[in-house]
Ligand binder design. Structure first.
Ligand code: BJW
Length: 250
C-alpha cells in the first residue's frame, strides 16, 4: 500500500471536526460481504428485490427472515478490524463523528462512541405492525425459510434495518446532516455512493466548506466530487493515517 498522501495528512491535521462516513467496505476485512462488489457482494449472489424491500417481506417473510437471521448470526462471529479501531483512536486526537450506512455494530465494538446509523441495526428487531422493539436472539436458521416470531399484537418480528423504499430514521438522518454541515473534513470510507439519501452527505459537507476525502480501493460515484482520493483498503489505510498522526512514523 502507498504511504499516507501528504494532502490527506495535512487535511486531518488541520481539521477540528471530522466525520467518517462509512459503507460496507469498512467491514469487508472483518469478513462481512459488501453489497455490490463483483463476485463477493451480497447482490451478486442474492436478489435484492426478494430480500431487502417491504414488498419482499410481504411476499415471503420466512425467506427474508432466514436470510437476515443468517447474517445476524454471522455478525456475532466477526470482530472489528484495525480500521474500525483506528477511527475510534482518531477520536482521541479530534472530534470524530461516525456516520455509517452499515447495519453492523463494528464501529461501536471497535471503540467509537459517536455513531449515527442511517440504515438501522442488524442486532435490533421490531414488530412490523405495532413497531415496538421485540428482541430476538441471532440463531443460525440452517434453512432457507424460517417463520418470523409473532408479536402479542399479531404482527411479525422483522429485522431493524432500512429496506429500499423505506424512510431513513428521521432523527439519525438529521444528526448526520448536522454533522456534515459542521465538519471540516469528511472521510468517505468503503461506500459505492449509490444509495440515497445517504450518498448525498459528502455533497452537503462540501457545500458547507468541508474537505471531502475518499478512502476506497476502487473508483466510486463519489470519487469525482472528492477533493482527495486514496486508493487503499480501510483496514490498512486508517491505521497508517493514525500512526503518522500520532507521530510514531514519518
Ligand atoms: C472497500 C473495501 C475495503 C471494498 N476497504 N473499501 C433514484 C435516484 C435516487 C434515489 C432513488 C432512486 N430510485 C430509488 C431511490 C431511493 C433508494 C436508492 O437510493 N436507490 C438507489 C440504488 C438508486 N433509496 C432508498 O430507498 C432509501 N430510502 C429512501 O430514499 O426513502 C425515501 C423514499 C421513500 C419511499 C419512496 C421513495 C423515497 C433507503 C435505502 C436503504 C438501503 N438499504 C440497504 C440494505 C440495508 C439492510 C441490509 O443490510 O440488508 O443498505 S441497501 C445497501 O446499500 C445497504 C447499504 O447500507 C447501502 C449502501 O451500500 P454501500 O455500503 O455503499 O456498499 P456497496 O457494496 O455498494 O459498496 C462497497 C464499497 O466498498 C465499494 O465502493 C468497494 O470498492 C468498497 N470496498 N472493500 C474500503 N477493504
Amino acid at each position: 500500500m502507498s504511504s499516507v498522501p501528504a494532502d490527506l495528512l495535512a487535511a486531518v491535521r488541520a481539521a477540528e471536526r471530522i466525520v467518517v462516513f462509512t459503507g460496507a467496505g469498512m467491514s469487508a476485512e472483518s469478513g462481512l460481504p459488501t453489497f455490490r462488489d463483483e463476485e463477493t457482494g451480497l447482490w451478486s449472489r442474492y436478489d435484492v428485490s426478494r430480500l431487502a424491500t417491504p414488498e419482499a417481506w410481504d411476499a415471503d417473510p420466512a425467506l427474508v427472515w432466514a436470510w437476515y437471521q443468517r447474517r445476524r448470526f454471522q455478525l456475532a462471529a466477526v470482530e472489528p478490524n484495525p480500521g474500525h479501531r483506528a477511527i475510534a483512536a482518531l477520536g482521541r486526537h479530534r472530534r470524530v463523528d461516525v456516520v455509517t450506512q452499515n447495519v453492523d455494530d463494528l464501529h461501536e465494538r471497535g471503540g467509537s462512541e459517536r455513531v449515527v446509523h442511517l440504515h438501522g441495526r442488524l442486532a435490533e428487531t421490531f414488530c412490523d405492525t405495532c413497531r415496538l422493539p421485540y428482541p430476538v436472539p441471532a440463531v443460525d436458521p440452517q434453512t432457507e425459510h424460517l417463520e418470523p416470531e409473532r408479536c402479542v399484537c399479531g404482527g411479525r418480528i422483522r429485522p431493524g434495518v432500512v429496506w429500499f423504499g423505506e424512510h431513513l430514521p428521521a432523527d439519525e438522518f438529521a444528526r448526520a446532516v448536522d454533522h456534515a454541515e459542521n465538519c471540516d473534513l469528511m472521510l468517505v470510507v468503503g461506500t459505492s455512493g449509490i444509495v440515497y439519501p445517504a450518498a448525498g452527505l459528502p455533497q452537503v459537507a462540501r457545500e458547507h466548506g468541508a474537505t471531502v476525502a475518499e478512502i476506497n480501493p476502487n473508483r466510486t460515484d463519489l470519487s469525482e466530487a472528492a477533493d482527495l482520493v486514496w486508493r487503499a483498503p480501510a483496514s490498512t489505510a486508517l491505521p497508517a493515517l493514525l500512526e503518522v498522526l500520532s507521530g510514531t512514523a514519518s
